[in-house]
Design a protein around this ligand. Structure first.
Ligand SMILES: Nc1ncnc2c1ncn2[C@@H]1O[C@H](COP(=O)(O)OP(=O)(O)OP(=O)(O)O)[C@@H](O)[C@H]1O
Ligand SMILES: [Mg+2]
Length: 257
């Protein structure tokens, strides 16, 4: 199989603390790998390492056949276009003093996409439409939007550079349950339209199951189980996975509408 992303025995350390302890995983183009585990088990550290936002202590991360830690300058910038993050808290990652349209246009400008200012504005409007927001709202500021709308803005911004990989770090965890399902449907539709690969991080197995082709279960810095979504959810091998599953009493009904 031709992998878009290969992670081999990666470790992330903060001083004495080893947050990621030799994790290996792979992701094919257009696929979703769910990464599930309790708070503090190292999910975000791993996600940031994959996006070259965190230094790795050892191991190797390859994206499209290139070793990520070796990237510098223009090659690193090119990688940043192709691999983007959707955050749990889109408000925290949006500049409160910039209209949301200006924020997206800035990303395009920095990466030399879109040509003229008018063309960038047009592109931002198209992105807004694609994520279910009114292009008229581009002139508004982050505080004028609801949580779900802000997450749509975060998704639009992540898509603006036409990435091949999105690391979605608990993108629905901060949202009301009613809004969670909308955002999950949006992410799925965008994936179908664009053939994106997702690393979908979560602590709620019901949500991760809904999104993922395969699931990796992380516990105390290590991946303790990995398999297809059905394998992991119907026939969990590791005691920790069984515990996660038992926390979702009726997993099939959790997303039935
Ligand atoms: N920048 C940092 N400096 C020092 N320690 C950190 C840093 N970031 C994370 N840690 C620690 O590393 C461990 C893993 O944290 P991480 O945020 O990766 O976990 P997580 O699985 O994403 O948790 P959550 O579900 O709460 O988001 C935790 O013990 C955390 O306190
Ligand atoms: Mg986290």
């Amino acid at each position: 199989m031709n992998n878009l992303l290969t992670v081999e025995k990666v470790r992330v350390c903060y001083g004495e603390l080893e947050a990621v302890r030799g994790v290996s995983l792979s992701l094919a183009a257009g696929e979703t790998l769910g990464l599930v585990g309790e708070s503090g088990c190292g999910k975000s550290s791993l996600g940031r390492a994959i996006l070259a936002l965190e230094r790795i202590a050892s191991g190797k991360i390859e994206f499209n056949g290139t070793v990520v830690s070796s990237l510098k300058g223009a090659a690193l910038k090119q990688f940043r276009r192709q691999a983007q993050m959707v955050f749990q808290d889109p408000f925290g990652s949006l500049n409160p003093r910039l209209s949301v349209g200006a924020a997206i246009e800035e990303v395009l400008f920095v990466h030399g996409i879109g040509g003229s200012r008018a063309a960038r504005r047009e592109r931002a409007a198209a992105l807004f439409e694609d994520v279910g927001l009114e292009p008229d709202w581009l002139s508004r500021y982050p505080h004028e939007f609801s949580g779900g709308q802000r997450q749509r803005i975060g998704i639009a911004r992540a898509l603006s550079l036409e990435p091949k990989l999105l690391v979605a770090d608990e993108p629905v965890s901060a949202l009301d349950v009613s809004v969670q399902a909308d955002i999950i449907q949006l992410l799925k539709r965008i994936q179908r339209d664009r053939g994106l690969a997702y690393l979908f991080v979560g602590h709620d197995l019901a949500v991760v199951r809904e999104m993922s082709n395969r699931i990796a279960v992380m516990y105390k810095g290590e991946i303790v189980e990995t398999g297809t979504t059905d394998q992991v959810c119907d026939n969990p091998q590791h005691a920790y996975t069984q515990k996660l599953l038992s926390a979702v009493p009726d997993i099939d009904k959790a997303f039935a509408q």
